[in-house]
Write a protein that binds this ligand. Structure first.
Ligand code: FAD
Length: 444
């Protein structure tokens, strides 16, 4: 019998192993804990949650809630375990973390077709393999990944600027244009007067930053971020530091031909231009603080943040260069990647990529084409994003409505729009998934 290997028994790997086994194939799942621990895990349980016990919003009209519904529709083990071990948390899906991890461990280890091997995988085994070793992939396997993805496509730190929803930017309070008019006018420029700049600068240098994890500081206690400084650290060098750095106005003139005192540039994050990145604003401010401080920029006063800036240890590959929307390596089709290491971000997003990678590994083993999910679904759009985003500026992405294809016709009210996105996603995915299931029943 064909054996599919899964490396890493976290959220993505446990889900992937389950999906493969449920499709009638044997699975060998390698998990290095408890023999070799990561800097963030504390137990030997599969699917240990390393930080919060919340899997985010469960409300259907949120992007996270929609992704959970999609996972349930496709038969996710992790979502089922989360529902069974749920604790009251308002609109969020929070779990009793120990019972949750034990439930997943018990279901996976007792599956008749899954063999769990408690060993560190330092190289990639033969045959069909799903690599799901997470943001804290062991150094030996990171070197192997570096080799197969080519060194420049593997990142060890996430230094991401916030991303805002395009439709919430005040376009009447800025102007389009590239610096010195060079190239096409793809940037949206958010100008600040001297007063606005100083108020923003003051807020930025006094805002609260997120604490560092133990494994993110060197022996002297300094953060170990490669070469890239948080915007608040640049700002602390002096009142004008940003005006000579990421907020420099040189080469930019507004519609009246005036050069602003300072300018924040927004860069398109996706081809549809529904999402924009705050150029040069990689930050470690707490999330609430990011919203408060960046909304002081006039054009961003109503901005909705779909992803906050982060700077933390995170192993992930430059997926747009190497992966398909089925989480399969383009050059070596027997290999699949799943979880945070693909450039999706978050517990549920990692689980979701594990589900699709597992389904596709099983399909490949059974001589079928790997699936690409419809773009209208949240998982389909996440997979599309990680496989097609601009590789020059690729940063991990979480579930959000900005990555979905726009509605046709557009819906004006925000609440109704979210509902319309959700209804469209679930309808299209349900139809697609029914077709997939009918095909496999017919084959058997
Ligand atoms: C410190 C930290 C805190 C986070 N907090 C949150 C949060 O609160 N909410 C949220 O949504 N997301 C959070 N994340 C991001 C992310 O969602 C989680 O890391 C999530 O667990 C990723 O799932 P995964 O399956 O990709 O990786 P993991 O869950 O980390 O699973 C990877 C598994 O692979 C194993 N492994 C690694 N290398 C090898 C090897 N060579 N051989 C065999 N096994 C190996 C590891 O032991 C681990 O069990 C956090 C990340 C970190 C690092």
């Amino acid at each position: 019998m064909t054996v599919v290997t899964v490396i890493g028994g976290g959220l993505a790997g446990s889900e992937a192993a389950w999906q493969v086994a449920q499709r009638g194939l044997a699975v060998r799942l390698y998990e290095m804990r408890p023999q070799v621990m990561t800097p963030a895990h504390h137990t030997g349980d599969l699917a240990e949650l390393v930080c919060s016990n919340s899997l985010g919003s469960a409300l259907e009209t949120t992007a996270g809630g929609l992704l959970k519904r999609e996972l349930e529709l496709m038969g996710s083990l992790i979502l089922e375990a989360a529902r069974r071990t749920q604790v009251p948390a308002g609109g969020a899906l929070a779990v009793d973390r120990e019972r949750f991890a034990q439930e997943v461990t018990c279901r996976v280890t007792s599956h008749p077709r899954i063999e769990v091997v408690r060993e560190e995988c330092r190289t990639i085994p033969e045959g069909i393999v799903v690599i799901a070793t997470g943001p804290l992939t062991s150094p030996a396997l990171s070197s192997t990944l570096q080799r197969i993805t080519k060194a420049e496509n593997l990142h060890f730190y996430d230094a991401a600027a916030p991303i805002v929803l395009g439709e919430t930017v005040r376009y009447d309070l800025g102007f389009w244009g590239a610096r010195y008019g060079k190239g096409s006018p793809d940037y949206f420029n958010c100008p600040l007067t001297k007063e606005e700049y100083l108020a923003f600068w003051n807020a930025l240098v006094t805002a609260e930053v997120a604490p560092l994890h133990e494994h993110e500081v060197d022996p002297e206690g300094f953060p170990v971020f490669e070469g890239c400084l948080p915007v608040e650290v640049i700002a602390k060098r002096g009142q004008d530091a940003l005006r000579y750095g990421p907020f420099r106005p040189v080469g930019l003139v507004d519609q009246e031909g005036r050069r602003p005192y300072a300018v924040l540039q927004l860069r398109r994050e996706n081809t549809e231009a529904t999402l924009f990145n705050l150029v040069g604003c990689q930050t470690r401010l707490k999330w609430g603080e990011q919203k408060r401080v960046f909304r002081m920029i006039p054009a961003l006063q109503e901005a909705e943040f779909v992803r906050y800036g982060v700077m933390h240890r995170n192993t992930f590959i430059n997926s747009p260069r190497v992966l398909t929307a089925g989480f399969q390596f383009r050059e070596e089709g027997r290999l699949f990647l799943a979880g945070q290491v693909t450039g999706v971000e978050g517990y549920v997003e990692s689980t979701a990529s594990g589900l699709l990678a597992g389904v596709n590994a099983a399909r490949l083993a059974q001589g079928q084409e790997p699936l690409v999910l419809p773009r209208e679904s949240m998982l389909g759009s996440l997979a599309h994003y990680v496989s097609t985003a601009d590789p020059e500026h690729f940063q991990p992405m979480n579930a959000n409505f900005g990555i979905l294809p726009p509605l046709d016709p557009p819906v004006r009210s925000k609440q109704e729009r979210k509902l319309a996105y959700t209804q469209r996603a679930l309808r299209v995915l349900a139809e697609f998934w029914q077709g997939v299931e009918e095909e496999s029943t017919w084959r058997n």
